[in-house]
Design a protein around this ligand. Sequence first.
Ligand SMILES: NC(=O)c1ccc[n+]([C@@H]2O[C@H](COP(=O)([O-])OP(=O)(O)OC[C@H]3O[C@@H](n4cnc5c(N)ncnc54)[C@H](OP(=O)(O)O)[C@@H]3O)[C@@H](O)[C@H]2O)c1
Length: 245
Amino acid sequence: MNANSQHQPLAGKVAVITGAGRGIGRAIACAYAQAGAAVVCNARQEKELQETVALISQAGGTASLFAADVVDHAQMTALFQHAADRHGGVDIVLVNAGTAGESRKLHNSDPARWRETMEVNVIGAYHTVHAAIPHLQARGAGKIILTGSGSRHRPVPGMSAYACSKNALWMMTQVLAVELEEFNISVNELIPGPVKTAMTRFGEQTFPPQEWIKEPADVVPLAMFLATQADRGPTAQSYSLMRRA
Ligand SMILES: NC(=O)c1ccc[n+]([C@@H]2O[C@H](COP(=O)([O-])OP(=O)(O)OC[C@H]3O[C@@H](n4cnc5c(N)ncnc54)[C@H](OP(=O)(O)O)[C@@H]3O)[C@@H](O)[C@H]2O)c1
């Protein structure tokens, strides 16, 4: 490993991150850019994306933004075309856009809100990877990292849609890993555990008392680990920052 690969292990790589407007996605976008990647930041709100890109630019990194809704497949196709046109290709995809949805027990839930959670977290992830895969195949290798949740194996009252969506994401991770093995594309799940973000500002009390309540920056080392593994490194794996299962 030479000096540059030690300090900028992602030099020459292009990373596309959904949900990069704030929270965990923003922290990882900044870290990947600092590690030398050109980072394409996606979310719906342009203002938050501009803030993320400004943070990266001020630190001397390379980034662009593409505002798009993961629920719209055509917009996801356009996102990855932007990455290819602007930065020359795609190497790393962090499937991170997500919503917690409402926190009502299933029998009191709003069917439209329940469906919306599934659409953003599952259909959105499907659209993201579906649009990304041809670009990763064109590179001959790549990494897909899906942001999962410990709630996929820990039933919490009021979180049925979220837990079901993250459970589906874990199965998507495993199937995709097998399907993409021949293309040197690894697919892994990153479970952050509880992190203080806009998503959890009302929900910290639902975390088990022994849990490690993190800042978004605490997720960065694991995200770096996953982005820097060998082309034929771990795949179909789940990596968790929860203190306990
Ligand atoms: N925070 C935690 O404790 C925790 C724990 C486990 C897993 N996670 C997962 O980590 C990921 C990031 O969560 P976070 O805590 O960082 O939440 P956050 O601060 O609320 O950030 C969510 C990001 O996703 C974007 N987003 C939401 N819906 C979108 C859509 N339809 N299309 C495109 N972008 C969309 C948001 O931007 P716009 O609203 O502008 O679109 C925002 O940039 C999620 O998948 C979440 O489930 C979080």
